[in-house]
Design a protein around this ligand. Structure first.
Ligand code: NAI
Length: 331
């Protein structure tokens, strides 16, 4: 049994976490959960956003599954997600987007993985606002080392799976930050002579993705562009409720649903647990538990083919826990 830190999060987090726990238990996945929360819920209860007990648990276990955490817009505390990624140097945000039979979308042939730099860029936290002058500066810090790390992660994955890499950037305008990133790709590509790669300016990249997404296999980009592109890719394959995500560093990984805490539907049993479940399946693969991951994946895919078994966002009528029960029946 491996111990995994479980962070239920805010809003719909506890509901979808319960669903994933039930499915993993039914599939006899050999892990023990160590539950520690963070975010608005812990702040309201104990005045702490990221309790020390969570930090200790993460340092001990080096692996976690995390629900969504509320972040106030334009004020209040710095995103817990961003803090955890930066504290533990989880530099690679890995977001697969693949068409699923049964989930109706505009395209039926999307199969790509996006690697987003996760700790620097415009999320470095270098922000000032001079109220007197009415000037805000949000600085994108892009480093040579950070760029090499994320680009290498993408090329390594592409090399292993024999895929093409596309580097998305804005080096035509961002002559410093954009150039560093593009140069990192050129450098790292020499280590992977078998990997075919090209680059695209971010605006063209968006247009290409929404018109011909099948041309992309592995995309690597900086933090803000990756944040936006990854939701765009989620939209191509069925939305935020069905895509997985992982924050991966050299010796720690936090797997998380990519959607937010969905306050509009929290506590009503309407949330789709697929995104968190798929993130959990990425976690099982990372842990080498391929057999369990594949068994649950097949049960999920079977369930998704039957609209009536699905949650409302997928056109069904099942509640979160009913949907989980259908997956369990299909195991
Ligand atoms: P959101 O992802 O929470 O919600 C957007 C829309 O998608 C809503 O209509 C919601 O009901 C729906 N939705 C999201 N997840 C769903 C699911 N599993 N099943 C069915 N429907 C689902 O995004 P929003 O409203 O922009 O953010 C709400 C809060 O979440 C904010 O405080 C934001 O900062 C936070 N957030 C946290 C993230 C994280 O912890 N990784 C990621 C994105 C946002």
């Amino acid at each position: 049994m491996t111990t995994v830190t479980l962070i239920p999060g805010d809003g719909i987090g506890p509901e979808i976490t319960e669903a994933v726990k039930a499915i993993f238990a039914a599939a006899q996945v050999p892990i023990t959960w160590e539950e520690e929360n963070a975010g608005q819920t812990t702040f309201d209860a104990m005045g702490e956003l990221i309790p020390q007990s969570l930090i200790d648990s993460l340092e001990r276990n080096r692996i976690a599954l995390k629900g969504p955490i509320t972040t106030p817009v334009g004020k209040g505390f710095k995103s817990v997600n961003v803090q955890l990624r930066q504290k533990f140097d989880l530099y690679a945000n890995v977001r697969p987007a693949k068409t699923t039979p049964g989930i109706k979308t505009r395209f039926d042939n999307v199969d790509l993985v996006l690697f987003r730099e996760n700790t620097e860029g415009l999320y470095a936290g270098l922000e000032t606002f001079d109220e007197r002058l009415g000037i805000a500066d949000s600085i994108a810090r892009v480093t040579v080392e950070g760029s090499h790390k994320i680009v290498r992660a993408a090329f390594k994955y592409a090399d292993k799976h024999k895929l093409k890499v596309t580097v998305a950037h804005k080096a035509n305008i961002l002559k410093a930050a954009g150039r560093i990133f593009l140069e990192a790709a050129a450098d790292v590509s020499k280590e992977y002579p078998n990997v075919v790669w090209d680059d695209k300016i971010i605006d063209n990249m968006c247009m290409q993705l929404v018109s011909k997404p099948e041309q992309f296999q592995v995309i690597v980009t900086t933090n803000l562009f990756g944040d936006i592109l990854s939701d765009l890719c989620a939209g191509l394959v069925g939305g935020l409720g069905v895509v997985s995500g992982a924050n991966i560093g050299d010796d720690m990984a936090i797997f998380e649903a990519v959607h937010g805490s969905a306050p509009d539907i929290a506590g009503q049993g309407l949330a789709n647990p697929t995104a968190l479940l798929r993130s959990g399946l990425m976690m099982l693969q990372y842990m080498g538990l391929f057999e369990q991951a594949s068994r649950i994946e097949k049960a999920l895919e079977k369930t998704l083919l039957d609209k009536n078994s699905c949650t409302r966002d997928l056109g069904g009528t099942a509640s979160t826990s009913e949907f989980a029960q259908h997956i369990i029946s299909n195991l």
